[in-house]
Design a protein around this ligand. Structure first.
Ligand code: FMN
Length: 399
């Protein structure tokens, strides 16, 4: 891997910043509006402390778990992201790294690689869908994923089409043509390592979405697909239950932050939820996911698998999330920085960093398994929690 092994996710991000053209790096940083949520996702983990033991510690630790019936060598999954233009092998490199480290892969329907290629690289692939297009089209996409070998479906709902960021949005071309080459040429020329990766692979960055290709048609561009999404009537809870029923297998709802919504997801028959605010890319001002996790896990943790994503940058963050009720976490930017820094090896490096950090924290907390983590292991400052959707629930009961 160019630049060699790195020791933290922060270092992977520094390398990604140096290696990627400014617009590509900016698309991964993303965030929205003032960036309150993206910042809080990370800051909130820093507010939590640990309550470690010092003697009688366990010489071996079991980090394994299962998510939606799939074994995971540690409680970490790949969260679905569209990684157009980050690396020529894109999601296939991520899927290979996840398979090499024994963890499931979430593939975005807006991804740059097809479900067929990705599921071949990692048989533990969950396919992610937004509510885009008609019910017939949604079923076609879902059936294609099933045929390709997807072992679960992730439905992501937390998107409200907010746009604009105070630090500026990256310019992204509709497609890579001569006009785009002239416009983006100068910033790409400053990143010879990134250019060389694509030249060696004989590819140009692909800004299409092959998993949204209509039968017999061509893959829409990223913006074409986004336009279709904006034009689709918004889904109801009945639509969620309908999609879950059509799929009939393990089904995760991603984007829950409130207790009342978590209960509705249970009623819709989901297998799992991810407490998520889309990595702070959506409605700015939504609290960090780790602040809203405890109330959601207390409410529905016995009925469905509760996962969390948002702000995970180290193994100790994973352990904090598990202590407060998550069964496992999904990571987004952490692996994107690894992919940008070193392709498949960079993603493996990130996963190894997380594994080492989880192991250290479980050791220090005096446990022999991630299953033994509990709220007793973390120091939660007063006022940390945000219990969302509880009052609405109480008043609904009163009515
Ligand atoms: C560049 C980027 C693209 C994303 N694309 C998707 C997507 O296509 N589908 C989805 O469900 N979530 C998407 N997400 C959200 C992630 O799955 C995940 O919720 C988020 O990145 C977690 O926060 P973290 O980046 O702090 O780990 C995206 C996130 C980023 C940063």
């Amino acid at each position: 891997m160019a630049g060699g092994w790195f020791e933290t996710v922060a270092e992977a991000q520094r390398r990604a910043k140096k290696r990627l053209p400014k617009s590509v790096y900016g698309a991964l940083v993303a965030g929205s509006e003032r960036g309150l949520t993206i910042d809080d996702n990370i800051a909130a983990f820093g507010e939590l402390g640990f309550a470690p033991h010092v003697a009688g510690l366990s010489g071996t630790r079991d980090l394994a778990t299962t998510v939606m019936g799939q074994p995971a060598s540690m409680p970490v999954l790949i969260s679905p992201t569209g990684v157009q233009a980050v690396h020529p092998d894109g999601e296939v490199a991520v899927a290979r790294a996840a398979a090499a480290r024994g963890i499931p892969m979430g593939l975005s329907s807006f991804a740059s690689k097809s479900i067929e290629e990705v599921a071949a690289a990692n048989p533990q692939t969950f396919f992610q869908m937004y509510w885009v297009g008609t019910r017939d089209v949604l079923v076609q996409r879902m059936e294609r994923a099933r045929k390709a070998g997807a072992v679960g479906l992730i439905m992501t709902l937390d998107w409200s089409f907010s746009n604009g960021r105070d630090w500026g949005s990256p310019a992204i071309p509709e497609k890579v043509d001569l006009k785009a080459a002239l416009k983006f040429g100068p910033e790409c020329a400053l990143r010879p390592g990134w250019l060389l990766d694509f030249a060696k692979a004989g590819k140009i960055p692909d800004l299409t979405t092959p998993n949204l290709t209509p039968p017999g048609g061509t893959a829409p561009t990223f913006f074409g697909a986004y336009g279709e999404w904006m034009g689709t009537p918004l889904p109801t809870w009945d639509d969620v239950a309908w999609l879950r029923e059509q799929w009939g297998g393990p089904f995760m709802l991603k984007g829950i932050t409130r207790v009342d919504d978590a209960r509705r997801a249970v009623d819709a028959g989901v297998t799992a939820i991810s407490v998520s605010n889309h990595g702070g890319n959506n409605l700015d001002g939504t609290p960090a996911t780790i602040r809203v996790l405890p109330a959601v896990a207390e409410a529905v943790g016995e009925q469905v698998e509760v996962l969390l994503d948002g702000g995970i940058r180290r193994g100790s963050d994973v352990v904090k999330a598990l202590s407060l009720g998550a069964k496992a976490v999904l990571i987004g930017r952490a692996y994107l920085w690894g992919l940008a820094a070193g392709g498949q090896a960079g993603v493996e490096n990130v996963l190894d960093i997380l594994r080492g950090g989880i192991d250290s924290a479980v050791l220090g907390l005096g446990h022999s398994s991630v299953q033994d983590l509990s709220p007793e292991d973390v120091v939660v400052p007063p006022g940390f929690r945000r219990d969302l959707g509880i009052r609405a629930e109480a008043s609904a009961i009163r009515r």
